[in-house]
Design a protein around this ligand. Structure first.
Ligand code: SF4
Length: 167
């Protein structure tokens, strides 16, 4: 398995949440999760489906993303799971190689990593600015760390909770 990412599924769809809501996107769902939440709506990405999941190399994922960009102009790539940060080094390679292959494009590719927040290298600015945390699993401590890397957020965990309670 060294050098490869185990993929549950890949599909084109419209992003349904976050700052890129409504944009055509390509979802790459990895297989495997370090948390086994009872409420998980994606159990096929960690509890079931391992036999059907495919091992893919970094280069094959890069080719896939570039081909899709050529054919459809989709520039929003979402790594989801399961927990994509289990493969963080490989995902960083994919992102680096895609960006290196498109040096002159006017609007850069967007990469989102949907994470449960448990495997975030706290001093890694690249990941901290590209990861979209799930509020269903993340705690206040991690949320506040993320805010330090994103001046646009401007909220603390406690202020967010009070807004949710009021709203
Ligand atoms: S962290 Fe997310 S993907 Fe993993 S078990 Fe929990 S809800 Fe499912």
């Amino acid at each position: 398995m060294a050098g490869k990412i185990r993929i549950t599924e890949k599909f084109k769809t419209i992003q349904g949440e976050g700052p890129l809501l409504g944009r055509p996107s390509y979802f790459i769902r990895v297989w495997g999760c370090n948390l086994h939440c009872s409420w998980c709506d994606s159990k096929h990405s960690w509890e079931f489906g391992m036999k059907e999941a495919k091992l893919e190399t970094v280069d094959s994922l890069v080719e896939d993303i570039l081909r899709l960009y050529d054919e459809t102009n989709i520039r929003n790539i979402v790594f989801t799971g399961g927990e994509p940060m289990l493969f963080k080094d490989k995902i960083a390679e994919v992102i680096g190689k895609v960006n290196d292959s498109l040096p002159g494009i006017l609007i850069p590719m967007n990469f989102t990593i949907e994470s449960n927040g448990e495997i975030i290298p706290e001093n890694d600015e690249f990941f901290m600015s590209n990861v979209l945390f799930s509020l269903s699993t993340i705690g206040g401590c991690r949320f506040n760390i993320q805010c330090q890397y994103d001046p646009g957020v401007g909220r603390t965990w406690s202020s967010l909770l009070s807004e949710i309670r009021v709203g």
